[in-house]
Every structure is written in structure tokens, then in C-alpha cells.
Design a protein around this ligand. Structure first.
Ligand code: SF4
Ligand code: SF4
Length: 438
């Protein structure tokens, strides 16, 4: 093993794989190609071969690493506890460090990860310009010049109206007597694309007797950086996130629990301890931060809160939603955080919701952070079988718990001309509380 190959892959973790092959059928890229090299076991085999200097980390190797959605479905079925997501983050970061992309690709990456995502002002400007280009048709006209193909264009999120894109207040009081307070992650793109989901989140928490507080000036948790080969950027943003949220304390001075309505961000934030394990100054704070991070459904499904929420929902029972509804498990919620029953338990609390199970609800929808923008064809191919399952379910409402999945489903449903509404779990809860039906 040479020094170079040793730093390219997480060799120690790769040795956990016992080659049983139980993960193969769960892997969306293996399902598409039937190739061993596009499967979890195949990718681990390639990583080991690179580490042992049996093959070079050439373009074919990089392609198989890029093709992976990092959905972590393979982790859920692995009897050996292989930490595939962590291995892939390591390898992508190493490949990105060694890659020599052209100046335009370098500029786009730097602008996206280092300038726009960590800055509220830049995010707002970028999304405003995108919305303007969409409304005037300029994006469609400029697409060929920018190298944007039809499928990539279709994957772009639709920018909501300016009125929709309002940030959360610093504090949202509980409805009735406040029983507790929680810090809420507002997120980077959430306020721009799904401000309504953030508002529904704090509305739902308020009904459960929880005061919500936002960390002033916090923007990005770094999940997209970690998943796309920028671990240095992810670590910087993790430190900033910890500092911002550690400053939010209750009356006794204890830091607040952190509620996250984006499965990808929540999974990443819970793993800050691993991300900063080599940083003696931050590792303990990072581990404590991860331990008090909760997904929205996980937090509200805890017995006392669920009881308070159920009481609030009961009052609004007359105008409860009645459309057939299904729930699709975001990968970073079910595979990344092991949260499966809690969202269903919350939906069960809502009078009138007829919950239909979606076939293969735990398989990836193809969103995978910015995968749908970088590899639109693969992303849509992965979604196709999910769209067929949705059609077969007969549901008229699809519930998710992650903004990337919400965008992916919305764009796929539009493309397939289906009449299904896509909503975040928090929106279903908040609508039921406010008696606005479904
Ligand atoms: S993370 Fe998902 S796409 Fe990648 S190897 Fe595992 S199952 Fe396949
Ligand atoms: S299930 Fe786990 S141990 Fe078995 S082949 Fe897949 S990654 Fe390796």
C-alpha cells in the first residue's frame, strides 16, 4: 500500500465488508445496471483494490464513486455494520482533492460550496436571479449557452414567490403555556425554497407546547459539502453550526435540543462527533451537539409531546384531511437515522388521514442532495420505479420529510403529469392544526 493509495480510501472501514452480497438488491445503481461494480460490495471491492495498489484510482473508479447516491440503503441491511456513507465521504473528498477539473468547474464548485451556500445574502440573490430567469423564460433561452441540458433544466427547483421566502422569527412562542424550548435549524436553501415548511414546523411545535428559537446568522450545516467531497468546508461549517446553537440555552443555562426538518441535514449533524473526531478542541462539543439533535418527527413523536399535539389536533378534527395519503421514507431518515415509525405515528395522530403504504418506500427517490442536478438522467431513472409505485398506491398526497426529496418528487410528478400533491410531514401536521383540510 503506497502513501497515496492509503489516503484515497478508508481502508480500515473497507475491511469490515464480508462480501455476503445482502446489500446488492437494495442498491438503486445496481438495480439500474446489474453491474457488480455499481453495487455497494463492488464499490468496496474497488476501494480495497485501490488501497492495496492492485488497480489505479482512474476515471472508471471515480465514475463508480460518483454514480453512488450515498443513500445508505446498503447500511440498513448490512450484517457486518459497514459504514458505507462514511467511506464514500472519505473517498469523494480524496478524489476531489486530487482531481484537476477545468477552470469553469473549479469556479462553479468554489462559488457553490464556499460562497453561496454559507451566505444568506448570496443564497437570496442566487435564488432571486433563478426565479427571475424562470419567470421571464431567460433560463430556457440561456440554457444551451450554459451547457444545461433538458433534463438538468427540469431538475431545477421552482422558485416560490417573494412572499413565501420569508425567514422565521427569532422566536415563535408555544401555543398555551410553554412547556419547553427547542432550537430549530432554519437551513440554507429551506427559507428560499420551502419557507412554508419551516413555518409549518414551528407551528406544529407550538401546538405541542414547544417554543421555537432560531440561531441568529446561522446558514448552513455543511451536509452538502460532506456528501460531495469537501470535508474541509464541512468541518468549518460544523464548527460554526455548533457555536451558533450552543449559544441558545434554556433558563438554567443548558443548551436546547435541536430540531431539524431536513433528513439530510439531521443525519449529518448527528454525526458531527465523527466529522470532528480528530479535532481535540471541538470533538466533545461536536459529540454533545450530535446527541441533542432530533429529527422533527422523532422530537414530536416522544410521548408527552405527542400527547399535547394529539389534544391540539383533536380540537381541529372537524376539518381533518381526507385524501388518501402515502409516506415515502427519506434515505437519510430511515437509513441514516433509523427513523421509520415516528413519521407514521405522527400521521396516525391526525384525524381523517387515510395512510396507504408505498411499495419500496425505503428505496431512494434519486434526489441525493445535488445528485439530481449533477446526474439528472440517473436521478430520474432511479425515480421512475418510485413513480410507478406511487401510481399503484392510489395516493393523492405524498408525504416526505426532506427538502431534496420534496423537490425530486415534485419535478418527477410534474414530468409524469400525475395529480399528486407533495408535502412535508410538518405541513400535514400544521394544516390539520389550523383546520385547513388537506
Ligand atoms: S449508498 Fe446507495 S447507491 Fe451507494 S452503494 Fe449504497 S445502496 Fe448503492
Ligand atoms: S451487506 Fe455489508 S458485508 Fe455484505 S457485501 Fe454488502 S457491504 Fe459487504
Amino acid at each position: 500500500m503506497t502513501m497515496d493509495s492509503e489516503t484515497l480510501v478508508d481502508y480500515a472501514r473497507s475491511l469490515d465488508c464480508i462480501h455476503c452480497g445482502l446489500c446488492l438488491d437494495t442498491c438503486p445503481t445496481y438495480q439500474l445496471t446489474g453491474r457488480e461494480s455499481s453495487s455497494p460490495r463492488g464499490r468496496i471491492h474497488l476501494m480495497r483494490a485501490v488501497a492495496e495498489d492492485r488497480i489505479e484510482a482512474n476515471a472508471d473508479f471515480a465514475e463508480e464513486m460518483d454514480f453512488c447516491l450515498v443513500c445508505r440503503h446498503c447500511e440498513s441491511v448490512c450484517p457486518a455494520g459497514v459504514e458505507f456513507g462514511a467511506m464514500m465521504e472519505f473517498t469523494r473528498d480524496a478524489l476531489a482533492t486530487r482531481a484537476r477539473p477545468g477552470p469553469l468547474a473549479r469556479l462553479a464548485r468554489w462559488l457553490g460550496f464556499r460562497v453561496v451556500l454559507p451566505s444568506r445574502r448570496w443564497l437570496r440573490l442566487t435564488v432571486t436571479l433563478l426565479g427571475l430567469a424562470q419567470r421571464t423564460g431567460a433560463l430556457r433561452i440561456a440554457a444551451p449557452l450554459l451547457g444545461l441540458r433538458g433534463r438538468m433544466l427540469a431538475s431545477f427547483p421552482r422558485v416560490p414567490s417573494r412572499a413565501e421566502r420569508t425567514p422565521l422569527p427569532a422566536s415563535t412562542p408555544a401555543q398555551g403555556p410553554a412547556r419547553e424550548s427547542a432550537a430549530v435549524l432554519e437551513g440554507c436553501v429551506m427559507p428560499e425554497l420551502y419557507g412554508r415548511v419551516n413555518r409549518a414546523t414551528v407551528r406544529s411545535l407550538a401546538a405541542a407546547g414547544v417554543e421555537s428559537r432560531c440561531a441568529p446568522d446561522h446558514v448552513c450545516c455543511g451536509a452538502l459539502h460532506a456528501h460531495n467531497g469537501d470535508l474541509a468546508g464541512a468541518r468549518t461549517l460544523a464548527r460554526g453550526t455548533i457555536a451558533a446553537f450552543d449559544a441558545l440555552v434554556d433558563d438554567s443555562g443548558a443548551p436546547l435540543p435541536i430540531v431539524v426538518n431536513s433528513a439530510g441535514c439531521g443525519a449529518h449533524m448527528k454525526e458531527y462527533g465523527r466529522l470532528l473526531a480528530d479535532d481535540p478542541e471541538w470533538r466533545e462539543r461536536a459529540a454533545a451537539f450530535g446527541a441533542r439533535t432530533r429529527d422533527f418527527a422523532e422530537f414530536l413523536a416522544e410521548p408527552e409531546r405527542r400527547e399535547r399535539l394529539t389534544a391540539a389536533l383533536r380540537e381541529a378534527a372537524d376539518s381533518a384531511p381526507t385524501r388518501p395519503t402515502t409516506y415515502d421514507d427519506p434515505c437519510h431518515l430511515c437509513h441514516g437515522q433509523g427513523i421509520r415509525s415516528e413519521p407514521r405515528a405522527l400521521l396516525d395522530c391526525i384525524p381523517g388521514v387515510e395512510l396507504l403504504e408505498l411499495e419500496d418506500a425505503e428505496s431512494c427517490c434519486g434526489s441525493a442532495g445535488i445528485y439530481s442536478l449533477l446526474r439528472p438522467q440517473d436521478s430520474q431513472d432511479v425515480l421512475d420505479s418510485k413513480l410507478a409505485a406511487l401510481r399503484a398506491s392510489g395516493a393523492e398526497v405524498l408525504v416526505t420529510a426532506n427538502p431534496g426529496c420534496q423537490l425530486q418528487w415534485e419535478s418527477g410528478i410534474r414530468r409524469a403529469a400525475m395529480d399528486v400533491e407533495v408535502v412535508h410531514l410538518a405541513e400535514v401536521v400544521a394544516r390539520a392544526i389550523d383546520g385547513s383540510g388537506d
